[in-house]
Write a protein that binds this ligand. Structure first.
Ligand code: NAD
Length: 685
């Protein structure tokens, strides 16, 4: 079965891609297109061709499931197809609706004309998989958008609407943008062309403005944290200044090189891992998710306000509830301020801001929440407070409402027992800032129903979160591993490494921020409060003397102008601190420690392998369903470099026996699962 349709309207051949769900350009689609284009060119009744996609989607590009199979390389290749369009003696018009990504856009760039729906989303997202466009995209797009606009689009991989692209000065990408049916507009456009020759070919255009791409290069080098593809893409865009064929040869060579690059493999792993995380045992196609049309959020502090914004942003009404009027007003003011700042920066339309605020209700009474379909609790992290809140919610919420807690550390199985409906209680663990961070840990208490889990997954999808299901344990997946990572960093500190050495090693590895800079940003007082409580509860718990001493000096980080680093004149630049150096020196002396020196590589190993070891335990205990879920948590929630695929995947690329040996060398008895897999030469998944 070839995945295209051929129809004739007047003297226009309408060729539609029909390869659900997103008209991916798999072999059957490419073969169908070539057959239909040939047929239209051979028919004396046909004057022009319109290329479109069924289901109001043009094409989302290459079929990613074909990757690495012989079909991916089989003819007709996308390049062959594009040449056939571009060289066609009859006009070819691409009718772009819905989504036009990657190879789909490259195909449309091979057409002589492009008509698009204003809302159609257009992108070359290859860099997100560590690749560059491989079928002329890096050479044709600069010729129609100009160097800078094309470079922005190719290096960030993000989608722009046709309406936005049509506004770019001097753009030749879109010939017509319509709010009506694209296909019929394209047919009319094709009919209006008559026998105009020669047909315009993008490859024949030259880049007319010489824009300086050096500032973009500097930004990419800084932000990419070692990611290669955007810089390679930029080099290719620069080549569009020269002859077309030189540019496409360079593009082909770069593409081939990047496909075999470890970074692309890591990014592809991350992509598939996010998909796999949505498969949860017990939740099948037949599990019906409950309808969620209104959400209540209890507690309007740091997390509650961020959580509420997720729903408002998605057009879902929210009732925000607090224990005091003051706290409620503060919460609403936080939400308003966040949106106002976005409006000021031009990131949010004023009308959208008004719409979002109009979806927000406030309440000081539990009874007001009764009709909500989902309630998310984000009150103080204290079991007695949680008990009080869940008892009240249980009393008022309508039957079938889902009761969720955002707790980070408390036992949700116990929280569920505060209600008479434990099967409706689930953990929805958002990360701070909750309106920004994409991770959502869905914590699965023992008694929760599959229907509630299915609803949680569906809610995550609607608000654009990356969900991962975790079992109940202290810290769930992410924070439990983070504690090990922090412990590993502190061990190094106590043995002689400086905060600067540790941070810069892990930042070189690709993290946005090392543990000490991160602590200075979030505030050392938070961890200190937790530690003080632990010391009281358990006098035998290992003390973190250095961090405690730092806090006793009032050095809480950026907010106090000093922490693990100094921050001069309210600036955010972390400057190595002589006070901290002194504090460490006296710690070593007091404890008779001869400070060791560590290579950046050994620091990274210590930190990352501690994550892997804890991850293996989490997997063994069934807290995570699969190793790749742990990778998703670390990439989406903790700044692990995406191109390294996550800690568990990274461990596999290094070799599990290497990880095991390194852990033992550091005096750590590795997780039994890790030992077993290393012995058998197996991997985690
Ligand atoms: P917060 O102190 O900023 O906010 C808590 C809010 O709850 C306050 O505004 C308080 O007035 C309100 N509140 C207290 N008791 C209440 C009651 N009975 N009814 C209604 N409102 C009540 O705390 P936060 O940082 O937003 O944390 C809230 C929850 O989210 C905690 O369980 C915490 O563990 C969890 N969490 C926090 C983070 C984080 O980084 N801050 C991340 C993930 C999860």
């Amino acid at each position: 079965m070839l995945s295209t349709h051929y129809a004739v309207t007047g003297n226009v051949a309408v060729i539609s891609l029909d390869h659900p769900p997103v008209n991916g350009l798999a072999l059957a689609a490419r073969q169908g297109l070539l057959r239909d284009v040939t047929r239209a060119l051979e028919s004396s009744e046909i004057g022009s061709i319109v290329l479109t996609g069924n289901g109001r989607i043009f094409s989302a590009g290459a079929d990613i499931t074909e990757f690495g199979t012989p079909d991916a390389l089989a003819e007709p290749s996308l390049r062959t197809l594009i040449e056939a369009l571009e060289d066609a003696p009859k006009p070819v018009v691409a009718a772009i609706d819905g989504v036009c990504f990657g190879g789909g856009l490259e195909l449309a760039l091979g057409a002589h004309y492009r008509v698009a729906a204003a809302a159609a989303r257009i992108a070359l997202p290859e860099v997100k998989l560590g690749l560059v466009p491989g079928a002329g995209g890096t050479q044709r797009l600069p010729r129609v958008l100009g160097l800078r606009a094309a470079a922005d689009m190719i290096t960030d991989g993000a989608a722009r609407t046709a309406a936005v692209l049509a506004e770019l000065p001097g753009q030749k990408l879109l010939d017509l943008v319509v709010d009506t049916d694209v296909e019929s507009a394209a047919v009319r456009f094709a009919e209006s062309l008559g026998n105009s020759v020669p047909l315009p070919r993008i490859r024949d255009l030259t880049v007319d403005r010489d824009e300086d791409l050096a500032p973009l290069r500097a930004t990419l080098a800084k932000r990419g944290r070692g990611l290669r593809a955007p810089l390679v893409a930029l080099d290719l865009v620069e080549q569009a200044r020269g002859p077309f064929s030189d540019g496409t040869s360079a593009e082909r060579a770069a593409f081939t090189q990047l496909v075999d690059d470890g970074q692309s493999a890591g990014l592809r792993h991350a992509f598939f891992a996010e998909r796999a995380a949505q498969n949860v045992p017990g939740v099948t196609k037949d599990t019906t998710a409950r309808t969620v049309s209104k959400v209540a959020v209890v507690g309007a502090g740091t997390m509650g306000t961020g959580i509420a914004m997720n729903f408002l942003n998605a057009g879902i009404p929210v009732a925000l509830s607090e224990s005091s009027r003051e706290a409620l007003l503060r919460g609403v003011a936080t939400i308003r301020r966040t949106y106002e700042a976005q409006v000021e920066k031009g990131r949010l339309a004023y009308t959208a801001f008004v719409d979002r605020m109009s979806l927000l209700e406030t309440s000081l009474e539990y009874a007001d929440l009764a009709s909500c379909d989902l309630v998310i609790e984000a009150v103080f992290e204290d079991m007695d407070v949680k008990r009080a809140v869940f008892t009240e919610l249980d009393a008022v919420m309508k039957p079938g409402a889902i009761l969720a807690s955002n707790t980070s550390t408390l036992d949700i199985d116990l929280i569920a027992e505060f209600t008479r409906r434990p099967s409706d209680v689930v953990g929805l663990h958002f990360f701070s800032p909750a309106n920004v961070m994409s991770l959502l840990e869905i914590v699965r208490p023992k008694k929760v129903s599959d229907e509630v889990l299915a609803t949680a997954l569906e809610v995550a999808r609607r608000i654009g979160k990356v969900p991962v299901v975790a079992g109940v344990c202290d810290g769930f997946i992410g924070n439990r591993m983070l504690a090990r990572y922090r412990r590993a960093a502190d061990d190094l500190l106590e043995a002689g490494a400086s905060p600067g050495q540790i941070d810069s090693a892990i930042e070189q590895f690709g993290y946005a921020m090392g543990p000490y800079r991160a602590s200075d940003l979030s505030g050392g007082d938070i961890g200190w409060a937790v530690r003080k409580r632990q010391y009281l509860e358990n006098p035998d718990v290992r003390r973190n003397e250095i961090a405690d001493e730092l806090c006793e000096m009032g050095r809480f980080g950026q907010k106090t102008g000093a922490g693990w680093y100094d921050y001069e004149d309210g600036r955010r630049d972390a400057v190595p601190s002589p006070v901290v150096a002194e504090l460490l020196a006296s710690y070593y002396q007091r404890n008779g420690i001869r400070p060791q020196s560590y290579s950046a590589e050994s620091i990274v190993q210590r930190l990352v392998f501690s994550l892997v070891d804890e991850g293996a335990r989490i997997l063994e205990e069934g807290i995570a369903l699969r190793a790749s879920d742990i990778d998703v948590v670390y990439i989406a929630g903790y700044g692990f470099p995406r191109y390294r695929g996550g800690p568990m995947y990274y461990a596999e690329t290094v070799g599990l026996s290497t990880v095991e040996a390194a852990l033992r060398a550091d005096g750590i008895e590795p997780a039994p699962l890790l030992v077993e897999l290393a012995r058998d030469g197996r991997t985690f998944d």
